[in-house]
Write a protein that binds this ligand. Sequence first.
Ligand code: ZN
Ligand code: ZN
Length: 305
Amino acid sequence: MITEIPTSDEFAAAAYAQFDFAWDIVISFLTTLDEAGQYVDVDKDDQTQFWEAARQRILTSLIIAQQGVELAIKGKLVGFSPYLLLAGSPSDWPKDKTGKGIEYSEFRTIDAQDLIKAYNTVSPQPFDPKFMELFERVRRLRNSAMHSVNAKLQISPKEVILIILEAHEHLYSGQSWVMARRDFLFSAPAAQIYFDNDHIDGILVREFWTVFNLLSKSERERFFKVAAGVRKYICPACKYHSGELDGPPPHYAVLSPNKPKSSTLWCFVCNDTHLVRRKKCITEGCKGNVISEEYVHCCTCGEEQ
Ligand SMILES: [Zn+2]
Ligand SMILES: [Zn+2]
């Protein structure tokens, strides 16, 4: 008998934990650099040295992200049958020495390179070829990072961010990475020791404002559903949370629907809509006409009305 058989949900939780950890590493460098720019002059040379010092840690985050991808695929396979993951023929399997059964974890599992093939064989819907390409590319990068000390092996923080966003999109389509990240921040060890965790929404805003600025217009549209050609406004709720941490007002909300008389802004970070009044801003030089009903500030320049 095989005991302690893991469930699909347990694998998914483990996969999410790895994505979150990899994201945490990369985002901490990006926000550190962003914040430093508010206080000191960070020139190109400083930036190069900063990323050189972070190089090994960024590679580590890639290794962790790849582990997350493997765990997520394993979880999907376990959804069909947990025995699909067991490697080798029965003659290679461990023996039941106690008579109480053999724990699942004692078995050798199939190699990472066979995960995709196993999934595509049993699933009625095979993986998207684009995901298979991503998996192969990341697996190779991870192997070079693990097994060599190639000083030329460079991975940018943006590459890791995109790997996580893209893998998450393929593996858990329909789930929001922003919401998953928010849940993680609220369940993080540090969140357990403070009486109130109001600042966590501010951390979330800072992270996604940084990532929003890092991505191209088409990447923003793909991963955050923020249309490329439309005007961006300050999200009133996110501005409030960002202000609690002395952060900048994030310009990433859009009119929904995008019409001249539209009276709601939609924000991908809050995943919420906010009422706005269509009235000209009183600040000189500002052409804005979208005023937050709740906070009574202009969503273009941020000034109080
Ligand atoms: Zn918002
Ligand atoms: Zn204004």
